[in-house]
Write a protein that binds this ligand. Sequence first.
Ligand SMILES: Nc1ncnc2c1ncn2[C@@H]1O[C@H](COP(=O)(O)OP(=O)(O)O)[C@@H](O)[C@H]1O
Ligand SMILES: [Mg+2]
Length: 258
Amino acid sequence: MGSDDSSIRNMPSFVRQRSGQPQKPLLVLEDVYKYFRRDIPTLRGVNLSVERGEFVFVTGPSGAGKSTLLQLVYRAHDVDGGRILFSGRDISRLTDRSIPFLRRNLGIVFQDFKVVPHWTVFENVSVSLEILGTSQKLMRSRVGEALDRVGLAGRGNERVGHLSGGEQQRVAIARAIVTDPALLLADEPTGNLDPALAIDILTLFEEINEAGTTVIFATHDHSLLSSSPHRLIVIDEGRVYEATRGLRAWSARTQMSA
Ligand SMILES: Nc1ncnc2c1ncn2[C@@H]1O[C@H](COP(=O)(O)OP(=O)(O)O)[C@@H](O)[C@H]1O
Ligand SMILES: [Mg+2]
Protein backbone atom coordinates (compact mmCIF):
# COMPACT_ATOMS: atom_id res chain seq x y z
CA MET A 1 0.00 0.00 0.00
CA GLY A 2 2.91 2.28 0.91
CA SER A 3 3.72 3.50 -2.58
CA ASP A 4 0.19 3.34 -3.94
CA ASP A 5 -1.31 6.09 -6.01
CA SER A 6 -3.23 7.63 -3.14
CA SER A 7 -0.01 8.05 -1.19
CA ILE A 8 1.65 9.60 -4.25
CA ARG A 9 -1.11 12.17 -4.51
CA ASN A 10 -1.18 12.87 -0.79
CA MET A 11 2.56 13.09 -0.29
CA PRO A 12 3.82 16.53 0.69
CA SER A 13 5.47 16.75 -2.68
CA PHE A 14 7.25 20.06 -3.11
CA VAL A 15 5.23 21.01 -6.17
CA ARG A 16 1.88 20.80 -4.44
CA GLN A 17 1.29 23.94 -2.43
CA ARG A 18 -0.91 24.59 0.56
CA SER A 19 -3.82 26.88 -0.10
CA GLY A 20 -3.54 30.36 1.36
CA GLN A 21 0.15 30.64 0.54
CA PRO A 22 1.20 32.98 -2.25
CA GLN A 23 1.79 30.95 -5.40
CA LYS A 24 5.41 30.68 -6.41
CA PRO A 25 6.14 30.40 -10.11
CA LEU A 26 6.48 26.74 -11.05
CA LEU A 27 9.76 27.31 -12.86
CA VAL A 28 12.33 30.10 -12.60
CA LEU A 29 15.60 30.38 -14.49
CA GLU A 30 17.95 32.94 -12.96
CA ASP A 31 20.88 34.15 -15.06
CA VAL A 32 21.44 30.67 -16.49
CA TYR A 33 24.59 29.93 -18.51
CA LYS A 34 25.44 26.77 -20.41
CA TYR A 35 28.74 26.26 -22.22
CA PHE A 36 29.43 23.41 -24.61
CA ARG A 37 32.41 25.37 -25.94
CA ARG A 38 34.74 27.35 -23.77
CA ASP A 39 34.48 30.54 -25.86
CA ILE A 40 30.79 30.76 -26.81
CA PRO A 41 28.00 30.05 -24.34
CA THR A 42 24.98 28.24 -25.80
CA LEU A 43 22.81 30.01 -23.24
CA ARG A 44 24.03 33.33 -21.82
CA GLY A 45 22.27 34.81 -18.84
CA VAL A 46 18.80 33.38 -19.40
CA ASN A 47 16.07 34.71 -17.11
CA LEU A 48 12.65 33.14 -17.37
CA SER A 49 9.69 32.61 -15.09
CA VAL A 50 6.83 30.22 -15.83
CA GLU A 51 3.66 30.36 -13.75
CA ARG A 52 1.56 27.36 -12.85
CA GLY A 53 -0.99 26.64 -15.56
CA GLU A 54 0.84 28.48 -18.35
CA PHE A 55 1.33 27.19 -21.90
CA VAL A 56 4.64 28.51 -23.23
CA PHE A 57 6.07 28.10 -26.70
CA VAL A 58 9.86 28.17 -26.97
CA THR A 59 11.21 28.86 -30.43
CA GLY A 60 14.32 29.93 -32.29
CA PRO A 61 16.29 28.60 -35.25
CA SER A 62 17.88 25.18 -35.29
CA GLY A 63 20.89 25.17 -32.95
CA ALA A 64 19.56 28.12 -30.92
CA GLY A 65 19.47 26.14 -27.67
CA LYS A 66 15.83 25.09 -27.31
CA SER A 67 16.69 21.48 -26.48
CA THR A 68 19.51 22.61 -24.20
CA LEU A 69 17.09 24.79 -22.23
CA LEU A 70 14.70 21.87 -21.69
CA GLN A 71 17.57 19.49 -20.90
CA LEU A 72 18.73 21.78 -18.11
CA VAL A 73 15.23 21.70 -16.61
CA TYR A 74 15.11 17.90 -16.54
CA ARG A 75 18.72 17.77 -15.38
CA ALA A 76 20.19 15.97 -18.36
CA HIS A 77 22.90 18.63 -17.99
CA ASP A 78 23.95 20.87 -15.13
CA VAL A 79 23.94 24.64 -15.49
CA ASP A 80 27.37 26.30 -15.71
CA GLY A 81 26.11 29.49 -14.10
CA GLY A 82 22.93 30.76 -12.46
CA ARG A 83 20.24 28.48 -11.11
CA ILE A 84 16.94 26.82 -11.93
CA LEU A 85 14.18 26.75 -9.33
CA PHE A 86 11.41 24.20 -9.69
CA SER A 87 8.60 25.10 -7.35
CA GLY A 88 11.07 27.21 -5.41
CA ARG A 89 13.70 24.46 -5.09
CA ASP A 90 17.10 24.76 -6.72
CA ILE A 91 17.21 21.63 -8.89
CA SER A 92 21.01 21.46 -8.83
CA ARG A 93 20.82 21.04 -5.06
CA LEU A 94 18.32 18.21 -4.99
CA THR A 95 19.62 15.27 -3.01
CA ASP A 96 19.52 11.79 -4.52
CA ARG A 97 16.42 11.19 -2.43
CA SER A 98 14.51 14.08 -3.94
CA ILE A 99 15.38 13.45 -7.59
CA PRO A 100 12.41 11.05 -7.90
CA PHE A 101 10.18 13.96 -6.87
CA LEU A 102 11.53 15.97 -9.79
CA ARG A 103 11.12 13.04 -12.18
CA ARG A 104 7.56 12.39 -11.04
CA ASN A 105 6.61 16.01 -11.44
CA LEU A 106 8.11 16.36 -14.91
CA GLY A 107 6.80 14.69 -18.05
CA ILE A 108 8.91 14.82 -21.20
CA VAL A 109 7.98 14.24 -24.84
CA PHE A 110 10.58 14.10 -27.63
CA GLN A 111 10.54 14.58 -31.39
CA ASP A 112 11.41 10.92 -32.09
CA PHE A 113 8.85 9.51 -29.60
CA LYS A 114 11.40 7.29 -27.78
CA VAL A 115 8.86 4.49 -27.39
CA VAL A 116 9.87 0.82 -27.29
CA PRO A 117 8.39 -0.67 -30.49
CA HIS A 118 8.28 -4.32 -29.36
CA TRP A 119 6.48 -3.44 -26.12
CA THR A 120 2.72 -3.01 -25.94
CA VAL A 121 1.07 0.37 -25.51
CA PHE A 122 0.34 -0.54 -21.88
CA GLU A 123 3.97 -1.48 -21.18
CA ASN A 124 5.26 1.74 -22.73
CA VAL A 125 2.98 3.90 -20.58
CA SER A 126 3.11 1.93 -17.32
CA VAL A 127 6.92 2.13 -17.16
CA SER A 128 6.62 5.65 -15.69
CA LEU A 129 4.56 4.26 -12.80
CA GLU A 130 6.64 1.12 -12.35
CA ILE A 131 9.68 3.18 -11.43
CA LEU A 132 7.59 4.87 -8.73
CA GLY A 133 6.51 1.49 -7.32
CA THR A 134 2.79 1.88 -8.05
CA SER A 135 0.65 -1.24 -7.46
CA GLN A 136 -0.58 -3.30 -10.44
CA LYS A 137 -4.20 -2.40 -9.79
CA LEU A 138 -3.62 1.34 -9.67
CA MET A 139 -1.29 1.09 -12.61
CA ARG A 140 -4.07 -0.41 -14.71
CA SER A 141 -6.51 2.34 -13.83
CA ARG A 142 -4.00 5.17 -14.26
CA VAL A 143 -2.77 3.84 -17.63
CA GLY A 144 -6.38 3.39 -18.78
CA GLU A 145 -7.11 6.98 -17.81
CA ALA A 146 -3.99 8.31 -19.61
CA LEU A 147 -4.79 6.34 -22.78
CA ASP A 148 -8.29 7.72 -22.71
CA ARG A 149 -6.93 11.27 -22.49
CA VAL A 150 -4.70 10.82 -25.54
CA GLY A 151 -7.39 9.13 -27.65
CA LEU A 152 -6.03 5.57 -27.38
CA ALA A 153 -8.68 4.05 -25.09
CA GLY A 154 -8.78 0.27 -25.38
CA ARG A 155 -5.50 0.06 -27.37
CA GLY A 156 -3.28 -1.07 -24.46
CA ASN A 157 -2.50 -4.54 -25.85
CA GLU A 158 -1.27 -3.38 -29.26
CA ARG A 159 2.44 -3.43 -30.13
CA VAL A 160 3.67 0.12 -30.43
CA GLY A 161 5.79 -0.71 -33.49
CA HIS A 162 2.58 -1.43 -35.40
CA LEU A 163 1.09 2.01 -34.72
CA SER A 164 1.32 5.11 -36.94
CA GLY A 165 3.71 7.92 -36.06
CA GLY A 166 0.93 10.08 -34.67
CA GLU A 167 -0.30 7.21 -32.51
CA GLN A 168 3.23 6.48 -31.27
CA GLN A 169 3.56 10.09 -30.20
CA ARG A 170 0.23 9.77 -28.34
CA VAL A 171 1.70 6.77 -26.48
CA ALA A 172 4.70 8.92 -25.54
CA ILE A 173 2.38 11.67 -24.32
CA ALA A 174 0.39 9.16 -22.24
CA ARG A 175 3.67 7.95 -20.71
CA ALA A 176 4.57 11.55 -19.86
CA ILE A 177 1.24 12.42 -18.20
CA VAL A 178 0.40 9.16 -16.44
CA THR A 179 2.17 10.33 -13.25
CA ASP A 180 0.12 13.54 -13.30
CA PRO A 181 3.20 15.81 -13.50
CA ALA A 182 3.07 19.51 -12.69
CA LEU A 183 5.17 20.36 -15.75
CA LEU A 184 5.12 18.81 -19.21
CA LEU A 185 8.13 19.52 -21.46
CA ALA A 186 7.85 18.88 -25.19
CA ASP A 187 10.91 19.11 -27.44
CA GLU A 188 9.75 19.49 -31.07
CA PRO A 189 7.04 16.86 -30.46
CA THR A 190 5.53 17.40 -33.92
CA GLY A 191 8.82 17.49 -35.85
CA ASN A 192 8.36 13.99 -37.31
CA LEU A 193 4.66 14.38 -38.14
CA ASP A 194 2.62 15.66 -41.11
CA PRO A 195 1.17 19.19 -40.71
CA ALA A 196 -2.38 17.96 -40.00
CA LEU A 197 -1.14 15.51 -37.37
CA ALA A 198 1.07 18.23 -35.90
CA ILE A 199 -2.00 20.37 -35.25
CA ASP A 200 -3.77 17.38 -33.62
CA ILE A 201 -0.82 16.82 -31.30
CA LEU A 202 -0.62 20.53 -30.44
CA THR A 203 -4.35 20.45 -29.63
CA LEU A 204 -3.78 17.47 -27.36
CA PHE A 205 -1.09 19.39 -25.43
CA GLU A 206 -3.51 22.31 -25.16
CA GLU A 207 -6.20 20.04 -23.69
CA ILE A 208 -3.70 18.68 -21.18
CA ASN A 209 -2.79 22.27 -20.30
CA GLU A 210 -6.46 23.25 -19.88
CA ALA A 211 -6.81 20.40 -17.38
CA GLY A 212 -4.13 22.07 -15.23
CA THR A 213 -0.69 20.90 -16.36
CA THR A 214 1.89 23.58 -17.16
CA VAL A 215 3.31 23.03 -20.66
CA ILE A 216 6.57 24.18 -22.26
CA PHE A 217 6.48 23.35 -25.96
CA ALA A 218 9.63 23.87 -28.05
CA THR A 219 9.14 24.13 -31.79
CA HIS A 220 10.48 25.99 -34.79
CA ASP A 221 7.30 25.33 -36.79
CA HIS A 222 5.90 28.78 -37.59
CA SER A 223 2.51 27.39 -38.61
CA LEU A 224 2.04 25.98 -35.09
CA LEU A 225 3.26 29.18 -33.44
CA SER A 226 0.86 31.29 -35.43
CA SER A 227 -2.08 28.91 -34.95
CA SER A 228 -2.25 29.43 -31.18
CA PRO A 229 -1.99 32.61 -29.13
CA HIS A 230 0.27 31.31 -26.37
CA ARG A 231 3.09 33.12 -24.65
CA LEU A 232 6.14 32.90 -26.90
CA ILE A 233 9.77 32.78 -25.82
CA VAL A 234 12.44 33.19 -28.50
CA ILE A 235 16.03 32.00 -28.06
CA ASP A 236 18.41 33.98 -30.21
CA GLU A 237 22.20 33.93 -29.87
CA GLY A 238 21.95 32.36 -26.44
CA ARG A 239 19.54 34.93 -25.03
CA VAL A 240 15.85 34.61 -24.34
CA TYR A 241 13.22 37.15 -25.39
CA GLU A 242 9.49 37.44 -24.82
CA ALA A 243 8.01 37.75 -28.29
CA THR A 244 4.25 37.61 -27.88
CA ARG A 245 3.78 40.81 -29.82
CA GLY A 246 6.91 40.67 -31.91
CA LEU A 247 6.24 37.29 -33.51
CA ARG A 248 5.45 38.70 -36.90
CA ALA A 249 8.59 40.82 -36.99
CA TRP A 250 10.70 37.98 -35.64
CA SER A 251 9.21 35.54 -38.09
CA ALA A 252 9.79 37.83 -41.08
CA ARG A 253 13.39 38.39 -40.04
CA THR A 254 14.26 34.72 -39.57
CA GLN A 255 12.54 33.74 -42.80
CA MET A 256 14.48 36.38 -44.71
CA SER A 257 17.77 35.18 -43.28
CA ALA A 258 16.95 31.47 -43.83
N1 LIG B 1 25.76 17.61 -25.72
C1 LIG B 1 26.27 18.60 -26.46
N2 LIG B 1 27.59 18.71 -26.67
C2 LIG B 1 28.12 19.72 -27.40
N3 LIG B 1 27.38 20.69 -27.97
C3 LIG B 1 26.05 20.63 -27.80
C4 LIG B 1 25.42 19.61 -27.05
N4 LIG B 1 24.08 19.83 -27.05
C5 LIG B 1 23.91 20.94 -27.79
N5 LIG B 1 25.08 21.43 -28.23
C6 LIG B 1 25.24 22.65 -29.03
O1 LIG B 1 24.47 23.67 -28.43
C7 LIG B 1 23.80 24.43 -29.41
C8 LIG B 1 22.31 24.40 -29.18
O2 LIG B 1 21.82 23.10 -29.48
P1 LIG B 1 20.31 22.68 -29.21
O3 LIG B 1 19.97 23.01 -27.82
O4 LIG B 1 20.19 21.26 -29.62
O5 LIG B 1 19.53 23.64 -30.20
P2 LIG B 1 18.03 23.56 -30.76
O6 LIG B 1 17.31 22.52 -29.95
O7 LIG B 1 17.49 24.93 -30.62
O8 LIG B 1 18.15 23.15 -32.20
C9 LIG B 1 24.24 23.89 -30.75
O9 LIG B 1 25.32 24.68 -31.21
C10 LIG B 1 24.69 22.50 -30.43
O10 LIG B 1 25.67 22.07 -31.33
MG1 LIG C 1 16.36 20.79 -30.49
